[in-house]
Design a protein around this ligand. Structure first.
Ligand code: SF4
Length: 447
């Protein structure tokens, strides 16, 4: 099956709290020609079994996908011998009129109509603003079948307001299996500040469950012929709209508790510790300080550190650079993502109280990160006596982890008063030497 995303206009319902439509005010309406061309471009030379069209709303809503475009799509599928099409429809559009029209347009095709069921609990449906009830969903499913189409149900695990996740899932599957020909099960996630659910995550009122927890809940349906499990879909790093960036502009500046424990960082740290997967090539962790300039790699200090690390040749790619700063642990690949590229923490504003809080908060974040991410070796290039090093030491001790200090303390004592001591050439040379030796030591053990 080929998946095609064909978005145009706003979903006519547009209120489900887990959906970006719940807060997005403007969604561009594309012209008929644009939609046709986009469809052809995305379809490419595909001639397989079928296509799924995701249009963030209702495929048979003329305001989103005009009838002429739908007819064009169906015709294109027939021409190519593609037999099956899966479309999305909000139950509010399941009427005799719309289904007869679809029957006429999609003749010779096997049409699967996907409707979000999410949970077989009316109270939950009401609270997540689904705009439908179990009764309406059931009636819609029956009507779809009367027109000879297939019913596809979307089921979501771990929605907010659900009291018992497992029980809700089992109850929902029991209901869905009665009416649906196929069921897509998804792990609820909110990656964008355009979804109301994202606000609940920011406020600590709801939390996504990990892929492992999700798998455990759905395991009895793994091989069910009607069920498809989507464990990773929509698990994407947190995205913030311009409005959210503007709102937090002053909050993420200054050495304050607010800037240390800002909800934007908390959601990011939760994502990084529980959902982010290490790039396969990364074998060695290297913890280091942040820089005033953002993204960090544009600063003179980071540029210099990177240039030394590159002396490791092929091994350079295996080093995972992790920056410790007031937002927490920042893997290098996220350094240009908001808010990591926009905050400011002036060290000269730090009080003893804030330093203590920094250590406590970051020790926990580093612990969470290292609990879920394993490396062959952990290197640390942090200034002796710094709060980041103190936080790291607490986390490593708690997890009983071995780590290697690659900042040469002897050299540090001699130069620590100098302005750019952290990137002193001899200090960096020694860092590289130590890392190289440790990597070689590890490789020797395998011979
Ligand atoms: S019906 Fe679908 S597209 Fe519309 S708001 Fe709900 S989830 Fe989003």
């Amino acid at each position: 099956m080929k998946t095609i995303i064909l978005e145009s206009g706003r979903c006519a319902w547009g209120k489900c709290i887990f959906c970006v439509m719940s807060k997005k005010k403007q969604v561009r309406i594309k012209s008929k020609d644009e939609l046709k061309q986009e469809f052809l471009k995305k379809l490419r030379d595909y001639k397989g079994e079928g296509v799924k069209i995701f249009n963030s709303g209702t495929f048979i809503d003329d305001q989103q996908i005009p009838r002429e475009v739908r007819q064009f799509i169906f015709e294109e599928l027939r021409k190519r011998g593609i037999k099956k099409i899966v479309i999305e429809v909000w139950p509010g559009f399941i009427t005799h009129e719309k289904l007869s029209e679809l029957k006429e347009d999609a003749k010779d095709l096997e049409v699967h109509i996907a409707m979000g069921l999410e949970s077989a609990n009316d109270e939950v449906l009401n609270k997540i603003k689904k705009g439908t009830t179990l009764k309406k969903w059931e009636e819609s499913a029956k009507l779809i079948k009367r027109y000879g189409f297939k019913v596809r149900a979307y089921v979501m695990v771990n929605l907010p307001y659900v009291k018992d996740i497992k029980q809700d899932f089992e109850q929902t599957m029991k209901f869905a299996l009665q009416y649906a020909d196929s069921i897509a099960v998804m792990n609820t996630f909110a990656y964008s500040s355009y979804a109301e659910l994202f606000d609940m995550w920011l406020k600590g009122e709801w939390k996504p469950i990990t892929i492992e927890e999700f798998k455990e809940i759905v395991k009895n349906y793994q091989n069910h012929p009607k069920v498809e499990i989507y464990e990773q879909d929509y698990i994407i790093y947190p995205h913030f709209s311009e409005e959210y960036k503007e709102k937090a502009k002053h909050e993420i500046k200054g050495a304050t508790i607010q800037n240390l424990t800002h909800p934007y960082y908390e959601v990011w740290q939760d994502f990084i510790s529980r959902f982010y997967k290490l790039p396969a090539i990364k074998k060695y962790a290297l913890f280091m300080h942040c820089s005033y300039r953002k993204p960090y790699s544009r600063s003179q200090t980071h540029r210099k550190i990177i240039s030394y690390l590159q002396k490791l040749g092929k091994k350079y790619a295996e080093i995972h650079q992790l920056i410790i700063s007031n937002p927490g642990v920042v893997p290098r690949e996220f350094e240009d993502k908001y808010p990591f590229n926009a905050y400011d923490w002036p060290e000269y504003e730090e009080t003893e109280e804030i330093k203590k809080a920094y250590v406590e908060v970051n020790a926990k974040r580093i612990e969470n990160y290292l609990r879920n991410h394993q490396y062959e070796k952990i290197f640390v290039y942090l200034k002796p006596g710094s709060e980041s090093l103190k936080a790291f030491e607490i986390a490593a001790k708690k997890l009983r982890l071995n780590w290697i200090n690659v900042l040469d303390e002897g050299r540090w004592k001699d130069i620590k008063e100098e302005k750019q001591a952290y990137v002193d050439d001899i200090l960096l040379e020694k860092m590289i030497e130590k890392i190289r030796k440790e990597i070689e030591k590890k490789e020797e053990n395998f011979i």
